[in-house]
Design a protein around this ligand. Structure first.
Ligand SMILES: Cc1cc2nc3c(=O)[nH]c(=O)nc-3n(C[C@H](O)[C@H](O)[C@H](O)COP(=O)(O)OP(=O)(O)OC[C@H]3O[C@@H](n4cnc5c(N)ncnc54)[C@H](O)[C@@H]3O)c2cc1C
Length: 137
């Protein structure tokens, strides 16, 4: 049986042969074998625990720094979209907790509103916190 027919059950969305162009800023490129939009962290965690480890997994943020090849992406692409992954919460006086799907600029705004210095540079960085950490920010 093909791995695509044995995907774990999820509460979010599993989209087969989903074009990735609309999920990137440059709006080009082919499809993902499977695009997973998890409902929340528990959904993501359960999916990854049950997924065949041989299946390639590619995270995608908001696609500000990703160019998808025309041939698409093999395996499962996971996009952390929506409120459960984009939360930004103040913790005590000096700390902020930001989800990997939170926008960099939004995090800078929230930090400024909370009177916290140090994240000003994020105001001009496109993309999500997860993408920024994996890359150079
Ligand atoms: C015009 C422009 C200006 C920029 N300016 C700056 C700057 O001044 N300073 C600076 O530091 N950086 C800068 N950057 C880089 C910036 O850090 C990244 O482009 C951006 O934060 C990536 O976020 P994204 O959500 O768009 O990632 P995507 O483009 O979606 O993904 C980029 C990479 O990160 C991986 N990734 C994304 N999300 C996750 C996740 N949650 N978990 C694991 N891996 C993940 C993807 O697999 C991919 O390899 C700039 C980029 C651009 C395009």
């Amino acid at each position: 049986m093909n791995w695509r027919e044995r995907l774990p059950a999820v509460r979010g969305r599993l989209l087969q042969d989903e074009p990735l162009a609309p999920f990137t800023w440059l709006r080009v490129g082919g499809p993902a074998d499977v695009l997973f939009l998890p409902a929340d962290e528990a959904d993501l965690s359960a999916f990854l625990s049950a997924l065949d480890p041989a299946v390639p997994v590619t995270p995608l943020g908001v696609g500000s720094n990703t160019l998808v090849r025309d041939g698409g992406v093999e395996g499962v692409v996971i996009r952390l979209a929506g409120r459960p992954f984009a939360r930004i919460e103040r913790i005590g006086e000096r700390r902020i907790l930001a989800g990997a799907g939170a926008l960099d600029a939004q995090l800078a705004r929230e930090a400024a509103a909370a009177g916290l210095a140090g994240l000003e540079f994020y105001r001009g960085v496109p993309g999500s916190v997860g993408g920024a950490l994996v890359m150079n920010a």
